[in-house]
Design a binder for this molecule. Sequence first.
Ligand code: ATP
Ligand code: ATP
Ligand code: MG
Ligand code: MG
Ligand code: MG
Ligand code: MG
Length: 256
Amino acid sequence: MAKSKYEYVKQFEKDDSLIPNTWLVIRLDGHGFHKFSDRHQFEKPNDHRALDLMNKCAEAVMIEIHDIILAYGQSDEYSFILKKESNLFNRRSAKIVSTIVSLFTSNYVFHWKTYFPDKELQYPPSFDGRAVQYPSNNNLRDYLSWRQADCHINNLYNTCFWALVHSGKTENEAENALRGTISSDKNELLHSSFDINYNNLPEMYRKGSVLIRKEANLMTLNQKGVEVIRKKKVVTTSHVDIIHDKFWKENPELNV
Ligand code: ATP
Ligand code: ATP
Ligand code: MG
Ligand code: MG
Ligand code: MG
Ligand code: MG
C-alpha cells in the first residue's frame, strides 16, 4: 500500500519488547478497590463471591492465552506467569499487558451478574497492569512466595481488624489495638477474644488461588458417535502453598 506523508509518526513508537528467555510475570491490580468493595458492600474481610469472580476472570484469561502456565491471585490482584519461551506478540510488553488486563476487566464486568445476582454494578471497574521479567527459576519462586506471604500477612491483619470492628470497635480503635502486634499476638487475639482458630479459616482466604493446567479425562463422541475418553488440559483452581517445594515437585511439567 502507498505510504502517506504522515507515516513517519510511526517511528515515534519505541520498541518495548521484553528480552528473550526470561519468565514473564504480568500482575494486574484493581484500581481503587477499597472504595469499589465499599460501594458494592463486599463482606469483610473476605467476600467469597468477589474472589470467585476474580478466579473466573483469571481462568478466562488462561483459556484464551495458552502461554500462561500458572496464575496466582489474592484480594484484587492477579499474577500471570508466561513460559520463558513465549513469543506472544513478539514479547511486546504493552501488547501483552494491555491484552491480558483488558481481557480480565471485560470478563469481570461480563460475569459480574453471575456472582452478584442481586447487586447492580455501580460503576465500571478498572485494573492496572505491569510486566516484570525474572531470569531464574529461583527469582520466579521468590516472586510467587512474596505474593503468597503478602496474602497471609494481609489476611491475618484484616481478619483481626474486622473481628474488632464487628465486635463494636471503631476502625480507629481497631487500628490502634493492632499497632505493633506480631503474628503470634494476632493469632492469640483471634483465639482468646473471638474463638477463631486462624488455621481453620478457608484456604482461599489464607493462601490465595493457584491456577494451573492439568490433564483431565473428558468424555467425547468420536466420528462414529461412540463415547471415548480424551485427555485434555484443563485449567484447575486450588488454594495450596506455593512457597515450599511440595507444590513444585508435584507439578514438574511447570519446569520451575
Ligand atoms: P490501588 O488502586 O492503589 O490498588 P486499592 O484501594 O485497590 O488501591 P489495594 O491495596 O489494591 O488498594 O487493596 C484492595 C482492597 O480491596 C483491599 O484492601 C480490600 O479492602 C478490598 N478487597 C479486595 N478484594 C476483596 C474481597 N474479596 N473482599 C473484601 N474486600 C476486598
Ligand atoms: P489485531 O488484533 O492485530 O489488531 P484486528 O483484526 O483487530 O487484528 P485491525 O488492523 O485492528 O485488525 O483492524 C480492525 C478490523 O476490525 C478492521 O479491519 C475491520 O475489519 C474491523 N472493524 C473495526 N471496526 C469496525 C466497524 N466499525 N465496522 C466494521 N468493521 C470494523
Ligand atoms: Mg495498587
Ligand atoms: Mg487495588
Ligand atoms: Mg491490591
Ligand atoms: Mg485490532
